[in-house]
Design a protein around this ligand. Structure first.
Ligand code: URA
Length: 213
């Protein structure tokens, strides 16, 4: 029997203690010393992900950049500052969401991870999603969107609408690095629109703040 990719997770939702134990084991046993693809050759640190293991909301980016590689933490550079702004505009603290990436090692020169690198690393992310089991996921940029949703459309056509992954609502939006690069009212307005859809879905109070400002 073929189980469709989008069938909801059936495993039990874990307690916070269990989540911590399972994710720590995933990290220490499988990720920290991972040599399953060429990205391990030039990494300084693996970047597992961080945040509230009971989070309703998860953000997923592409992969570590130079700052993340140096610190072993996701989104701590310029793009991370922008992501922090987006989270704050939603009325949340960074510590209240979970932040992860498609690949756990920095691609050299910040290139886009190759398809085989993403496929090799993806089971780790999928396990993180299964364990954390957020109510909604924001996919930051095309790489994360393609990797999780297996869709081949453009960001323009996928963002701003709900998609589904294993029973979890998924909202693709522009990557913080893209917002910084294309700092136009249109892009910032689109991101804020997408985040407001997420806030409405999660029953969070709306504000007039431009989250991508
Ligand atoms: N860009 C990403 O996609 N992820 C990070 O962790 C940092 C920058």
């Amino acid at each position: 029997m073929t189980i469709p990719d989008d069938s909801p997770f059936t495993s039990a939702i874990l307690s916070l203690e269990e989540k911590l134990r399972v994710l720590n084991e995933l990290n220490t046993t499988h990720i920290v010393g991972c040599t399953r693809c060429r990205l391990h050759e030039k990494r300084t640190n693996t970047v597992f992900g961080e945040g509230d293991l009971g989070a309703k909301l998860m953000f997923i980016g592409e992969g570590p950049g130079a700052d993340e590689d140096a610190q072993g933490r996701p989104f701590v550079g310029r793009a991370g500052q922008k992501l922090n702004d987006m989270i704050a505009a939603m009325g949340l603290k960074r510590e209240q969401v979970y932040i992860g990436n498609v690949v756990k090692c920095r691609p050299p020169d910040n290139r886009v991870p190759a398809d085989d690198e993403m496929e090799t690393c993806l089971p780790y992310l999928l396990r993180q999603i299964e364990v954390i089991r957020p109510r909604a996921i924001v996919l930051l940029g095309l790489t994360a969107t393609k990797a999780v949703l297996k869709k081949k459309q453009t960001m323009s056509s996928m963002r701003g609408q709900w998609h589904s992954f294993r029973g979890i609502k998924v909202m693709p939006t522009w990557h913080p690095s893209y917002i910084l690069r294309v700092y136009t009212p249109q892009v910032r307005g689109q991101v804020w629109h997408d985040l407001q859809m997420v806030m409405a879905e999660l029953g969070m109070a709306s504000s007039t703040h431009d989250g991508a400002e």
